[in-house]
Design a binder for this molecule. Structure first.
Ligand code: NAP
Ligand code: MG
Length: 532
């Protein structure tokens, strides 16, 4: 392993640099056609290297086209969780004792297979959760990056083992990091591949085994990863996939006495519940939880307004704001707020709302009926308590199939403490707030339970310094016109949150991530009774 900069897979960027965007579009469109023909199949659970049928099942449909059935999926229950945990428990000893380089080789192999199939996986994701082509490809790239970055990290650290030392004559000592046992892995719909791949790989490469439950709306991309790991040679029982509801599958996983640790990404409510349950049951294993956000952006009076408008537009509205990192509140200096707001509204009105497979789509369909209901509720509340500058309606366009299409929404005249400006909505919805100084903006930006991502637009170095000194946030971006708060890259921009946005303060895609899945042991042997 050579040291230095990790090389991210940047499919779209690389095609653009090489003048090959046409080929990118062609490859994606061919994949969309090929995948479309294969949808609608039955998908059993995967336990101990075997397909397991269940009595109950659930149907997943395309959020942007209700006529398209993604598949019929086995609905697991507590009994399947028991079987999966037992299989994972039985597989643990052998997997933990597998030499670390053999484990790493499996994940490198999986990364290569994903790279070969990246257009297919991106196309599946588009149908399953509505993500557009460039973002879906970027997500598959991120999954490959996680696999390779964690493989490099584990190898560079020799599996987190140490060479023996002899601090005093006759005492031979080693100190290693060791896995805990069975991990529960529960994932959200919005990054159904990258987050699932990242968390599962974190648990497995370090020698734990896992039971994985994807979001009920996005089980197909999860199946693809388990299939790829299986082809790459992961032993039976090391990874088990139980699809089904949060209550029926997720909850029994949390409560299972043999689930030693948990990796979760999703809402604050569920994440904190996991931690509470672990505490109540006296479980000492880690709960590695990445939770919600209410990501603030500050636009100072020195800002380049074009950059700020572009950054907020993409930060708030790409994938319909269904990102933990989405820009959701913007504090703008009163000297520039009129120009900023006017131009943001103008640019927002030009955004293309549509099907993921359409080339221009930025604003994707909403994932489920609950999201659509929340959209209707908060836009009504915004109209009652503030001013809806644009958006607020569902899209009525006969050219679009039957799906959950809504307008990106910009709202003003909402007080900083209003629930619309404090609660996470996970929708294409942003509030604009006037401020008279950077100091006021920082105070308001930090006045939140969440602290995941934050953005600043300024042309003054001293403002950037002040902001970096004071902003409470896991990820902090200055003048990022491609998106004020979203779109982190593995290694360069490790991803995680402070406060109620995360439980560990050690971020995905960063150098301290894997260590969380292990615990240390110091071993000493005095005399000649074997090795420590
Ligand atoms: P969610 O409702 O919390 O669901 C996440 C996962 O938890 C799903 O697999 C869900 O299953 C499961 N679940 C639901 N109730 C459960 C229970 N009682 N016990 C165990 N598992 C349960 O979140 P979401 O709607 O999918 O995703 C949106 C949230 O994720 C937002 O809050 C967002 O900020 C957060 N997020 C955070 C990050 C980050 O890195 N910080 C990244 C992405 C998303 P079902 O699908 O079957 O309900
Ligand atoms: Mg949910």
């Amino acid at each position: 392993m050579t040291s230095g900069q990790f090389e991210n897979v940047l499919t779209v960027h690389t095609h653009e640099q090489n003048g090959m965007l046409d080929e990118f579009h062609e490859d994606y469109e061919n994949a969309v056609e090929a995948v479309g023909d294969d949808l609608g199949e039955n998908h059993p659970l995967w336990i101990n290297g075997q397909a397991v049928e269940t009595n109950e099942s659930f149907t997943v449909t395309d959020p942007g086209n209700f006529d398209r059935v993604i598949g019929e999926f086995a609905a697991g229950g507590p009994e399947h969780v028991d079987d999966a945990v037992e299989a994972a428990n039985d597989a643990f000893d052998d997997w933990k004792d597998t030499p670390f380089d053999e484990r790493v080789a499996i994940f490198r192999q999986a990364a290569d297979q994903i790279e070969d199939r990246k257009y297919e996986i991106a196309a599946v994701m588009g149908f399953e959760n509505g993500k557009n082509r460039t973002e879906a490809l970027a997500e598959v790239d991120e999954a490959i990056d996680f696999l390779r970055y964690y493989s490099d990290d584990f190898e560079r650290n020799e599996g987190y083992t140490s060479a023996p030392v002899e601090p005093t004559p006759g005492q031979r000592c080693v100190s290693d990091l060791q896995p805990y046992g069975v991990f529960g892995v529960v994932t959200p719909f919005n990054f159904p591949f990258a987050i699932l791949v990242g968390m599962t790989t974190g648990a497995l490469i370090t020698g734990n085994t896992a039971v994985v439950k994807p979001a009920s709306t996005t089980p197909l991309t999860a199946h693809l990863f388990v299939e790829i790991l299986t082809e790459a040679g992961i032993p039976d029982g090391v990874v088990n996939l139980v699809t089904g509801g949060g209550r029926d599958v997720g909850q029994p996983m949390i409560e299972h006495e043999h689930v030693a640790g948990f990796a979760f990404t999703g809402s604050r409510e569920v994440g904190l519940k996991i931690q509470e349950t672990f505490d109540e049951m006296g479980k000492r294993g880690p709960v590695i939880a990445e939770l919600g956000g209410k990501n603030p952006v500050i636009v100072t009076d020195s800002a380049d307004i074009s950059k700020a408008v572009s950054g907020v537009k993409f930060g708030a509205f790409s994938f319909s704001g269904q990102k933990c990192s989405a820009t959701s509140r913007v504090y703008v200096h009163t000297d520039v707020i009129d120009e900023f707001t006017e131009r943001l509204v103008e640019e927002t009105n030009k955004l293309s709302i549509g099907r993921p497979e359409d080339e221009d789509t930025v604003v994707s369909p909403l994932i489920d009926d609950g999201a659509l209901e929340r959209y209707n509720e908060i836009t009504e509340l915004a109209a009652a308590d503030g001013t809806v500058l644009t958006g607020g309606e569902t899209v009525d366009d006969s050219a679009l199939p039957d799906g959950r299409y809504v307008q990106p929404t910009v709202v003003a005249d909402i007080s900083h403490g209003h629930e619309l400006a404090t609660d996470e909505h996970f929708l294409p919805f942003v509030t604009i707030h006037p401020v008279s100084s950077l100091d006021e903006a920082l105070t308001k930006a930090n006045d939140s339970d969440y602290a995941l991502c934050a953005g600043l637009f300024t042309e003054e170095e001293s403002e950037a310094e002040t902001w970096f000194d004071r902003i409470e946030s896991g990820m902090c971006y200055v003048n990022r016109s491609q998106s004020a708060t979203t779109g982190a890259l593995v290694q360069a921009q490790p991803f995680g949150g402070w406060k109620f946005s995360g439980t560990t303060g050690k971020f995905a895609g960063g150098p301290w991530y894997l260590q969380q899945f292990m615990r240390q042991q110091s071993r000493t042997v005095v005399g000649d009774v074997g090795q420590p």
